[in-house]
Design a protein around this ligand. Structure first.
Ligand code: URP
Ligand code: ZN
Ligand code: ZN
Length: 469
């Protein structure tokens, strides 16, 4: 049985029109005014609603062994939460530690997600060391359809790579035509500052930000850019949080470096005073790069509107308050991470589009179309055109509510955005033509999600074709 989404305001990254969307099997069959549908077709009345392409979260952690514990979500809980919030595809970071075998780690992540996700997904493969086996393993992983790498300049001795390893990773990425995403903070400086602060008896969460100041992130961003420039690789800075780091990325872009920028939900809405709250209240807000001084927020919003920041992810990474208290004696032991997979779309719509900080087309672009383009999913995802996967969000702009731990579906006992009002939410969400969500409730197939195989797209000829599209 087909599906007809009728009479909605269809809004994409570059178009807006009132019309219908006809879906057959898993794909969009047609888009236009007053479409005729076969007799058995289910009709969804979208009058008064916006219809967006399914949103893509380009940066999430679900299975994550990190800082002596594990992030709380499973693929089942995270994917349902994602869908309820309008995200129909996520890209998860495969993060084996430095001492683990990369290929083995890749299989562990794939097995955990396989058959367990309600929405579609793909991976960024973290390269956390580079030894004699790494090159062959990465070639195998890319051939399997995972065509983006992740490197950490932070987290020394755990996920972090040396400059030598960074160089080899980027040389291979350039040869294979894959994009490399990067957490850009100088690990050595963070380590030295942490030890200095602890030695001075500064142990609370309020010292997390001073241990990783803006300059440390700017250095990491600039160094990553220099390595991209030298190797010819294409890069993507994840969770960029502050003006000096943005400046480093923009300077690199102006030099012709192939560098893209992501910022994440917490950095648009929260500032460092959250982490200055006493005890566990402050610990809830520990992530890296840290929440920054408030003046950075306006800079990020403007850069997002201008398209200098390409995408908005979440860096979804839930640790509950018991886990956060592992750092009760030293801020360096607080598991880093803030969840957001369920709230990204509604909060960016409310505080971006509704507050006049973000054009609605740029909103769709940054949260759906550009992640699809950058990571080899477009136009299968991120577009409302015939032939695309029928991942659609029928969005109710008249809904009024508030974010709360009491109503969330993420597996955690707090929500960092507690009490934030939302002005709009998905009323229907489809994944490849199947209705998965209605008005805040998951109503679909728990294991509908598929692993999305991609092909490398940063070999010179292919890149030109993508950007011409
Ligand atoms: O604090 C964060 N960001 N936790 C997740 C790991 C990472 O650095 O992305
Ligand atoms: Zn990171
Ligand atoms: Zn992350």
């Amino acid at each position: 049985m087909g599906l007809l989404i009728k009479g909605g305001e269809i809004v994409t990254a570059d178009t807006r029109m009132r019309g219908d969307i006809l879906i057959e099997d898993e794909a969009i069959l047609g888009v236009g005014p007053r479409l005729a549908a076969p007799p058995e077709t289910e009709v969804i009345d979208a009058t008064g609603k916006l219809v967006f392409p399914g949103f893509i979260d380009p940066h999430v952690h679900i299975h994550l062994p990190f800082m002596s514990t594990f992030a709380k979500d499973t693929h089942a809980t995270a994917s349902k939460a994602a869908l309820i919030g309008g995200t129909t595809t996520f890209i998860e970071m495969v993060c084996p530690s430095r001492n683990e075998d990369a290929l083995n780690g890749y299989h562990i992540w794939k097995e955990r997600a396989g058959g367990a996700s309600a929405c579609d997904y793909t991976f960024h493969m973290a390269v956390t060391h580079y030894d004699a086996r790494t090159e062959a393993q990465l070639r195998e992983i890319v051939a399997d359809g995972t065509t983006s790498f992740k490197i950490f300049l932070a987290y020394k001795n755990f996920f972090g790579v040396t400059d030598e390893e960074l160089f080899h990773t980027l040389k291979l990425a350039a040869e294979l035509g894959v994009i490399t995403t990067a957490h850009c903070e100088n690990a050595e400086l963070v380590g030295q500052l942490q030890q200095q602060l602890l030695a001075e008896g500064k142990t609370g969460p309020e010292w997390h930000e001073p241990s990783r100041p803006e300059s440390v992130e700017a250095e990491g961003t600039g160094r990553f850019a220099t390595f991209l420039e030298t190797t010819g690789a294409t890069g993507y800075v994840v969770h960029l949080s502050c003006a000096p780091a943005l400046r480093a990325a923009v300077e690199a872009k102006l030099r012709g470096v192939k560098i893209h920028v992501e910022s994440v939900l917490p950095h648009f809405l929260l500032d460092k005073t959250c982490a200055e709250r006493a005890g566990v209240e402050g610990m809830k807000y520990i992530m890296s790069p840290p929440l920054r001084q408030e003046r950075n927020l306006a800079v990020l919003w403007r850069a997002l509107q201008a398209g200098i920041i390409d995408t908005v992810g979440t860096d979804h990474c839930p640790f509950d308050t018991e886990q956060k208290l592992l750092g009760a004696k030293a801020f360096t032991q607080i598991p880093n991470g803030i969840p957001g997979i369920e709230d990204r779309v509604n909060l960016m719509y409310t505080y971006g589009v509704k507050r006049g900080q973000l054009d609605i087309h740029r909103f769709v672009d940054a949260l759906s179309t550009r992640p699809a383009k950058l990571f080899g999913l477009f136009p299968r995802k991120g577009a409302i055109v015939a032939g695309a996967d029928a991942d659609l969000v029928v969005y109710d702009p008249d809904y009024r509510g508030a974010v709360s731990v009491r109503t969330q579906h993420v597996n955690n006992n707090y929500n960092a955005f507690e009490g934030f009002s939302i002005e709009g939410r998905p009323s229907v969400v489809t994944v490849r033509g199947k209705v998965q969500v209605r008005d805040g409730e998951f109503v679909g197939e728990p294991n509908r999600g598929r692993f999305l195989r991609r092909t490398p797209q940063y070999a010179e000829a292919h890149e030109e074709a993508v950007y011409a599209a």
